[in-house]
Design a binder for this molecule. Structure first.
Ligand SMILES: Nc1nc2c(ncn2[C@@H]2O[C@H](COP(=O)(O)OP(=O)(O)O)[C@@H](O)[C@H]2O)c(=O)[nH]1
Ligand SMILES: [Mg+2]
Length: 203
């Protein structure tokens, strides 16, 4: 995938604040600190387009980024951060479900899970939403660099079984080594309908 441009468009908490649905859109979801921002930065070859942090922020915003003027990438607020106030936690479900159910341009959700963790009720519920709204899911298992090859295989199997998806549909990813980056682009492009325009032009 050739990245010609990547820019922050806007932050939103409700549909009136979403940018016009003029471009196909792919959203990124997962637990706070799972590596969402790092994944988006890796996909677009930028170090800091999306802010990363070792202490997850308290703001719960839907952030829109435009790539090559024809694709929108969306960083959804993370869930499961213990120190987030209860009032903020309560907003997360409605905010994210409203987005998933209202966004006509949404083509797929990349669901990030830490390869070292067994998915919990949050991940299982999220998969349920995606099935309910008939949204394609791309399961990505992050921070693969933190495990040995043997542990990677074992954890990948456990996670696939827990969320009820075929093993082959899960993608191992590392923002550190960039393992899985091209595979994620390939899956996104298949869902978007063939090679990306800018990719074709580039030959
Ligand atoms: N070793 C390693 N660390 C990662 C990886 N992805 C993210 N991190 C680290 O995990 C922390 C949280 O990452 P971030 O992208 O901000 O997570 P987010 O809260 O889901 O957006 C940061 O300290 C990142 O540097 C990865 O693939 N490998
Ligand atoms: Mg983030």
């Amino acid at each position: 995938m050739i990245i010609k441009s990547a820019e922050f468009i806007t932050s939103a908490v409700k549909p009136a604040q979403y940018p016009p649905p003029e471009n196909p859109e792919i959203a990124f979801a997962g637990r706070s600190n799972v590596g969402k921002s790092s994944l988006i930065n890796t996909l677009v070859n930028r170090k800091r387009l999306v802010k990363t942090s070792s202490t997850p922020g308290r703001t719960q915003l839907i952030n829109f980024f435009k790539v090559n003027d024809d694709l929108m990438l969306v960083d959804l607020p993370g869930y499961g951060y213990a120190k987030v106030p209860q009032s903020v936690k309560k907003q997360w479900g409605p905010m994210v479900e409203t987005y998933l159910s209202n966004r006509a341009s949404l083509k797929a959700v990349v669901l990030l899970m830490d390869l070292r963790r067994v998915p919990g009720v949050e991940e299982i519920n999220f998969m349920g939403w995606l099935r309910h709204y008939s949204i394609a899911a791309i399961p990505v298992l992050t921070k693969a660099d933190k495990l040995s090859k043997t542990e990677q295989i074992k954890q990948r199997r456990t996670i696939a079984e827990t969320i009820g998806l075929p093993l082959e549909s899960t993608i191992l990813f590392s923002a550190k080594t960039r393992l899985g980056k091209e595979l994620i682009w390939e899956k996104m492009q298949i869902i978007l309908g063939g090679p990306h325009e800018s990719n074709r032009n580039a030959g």
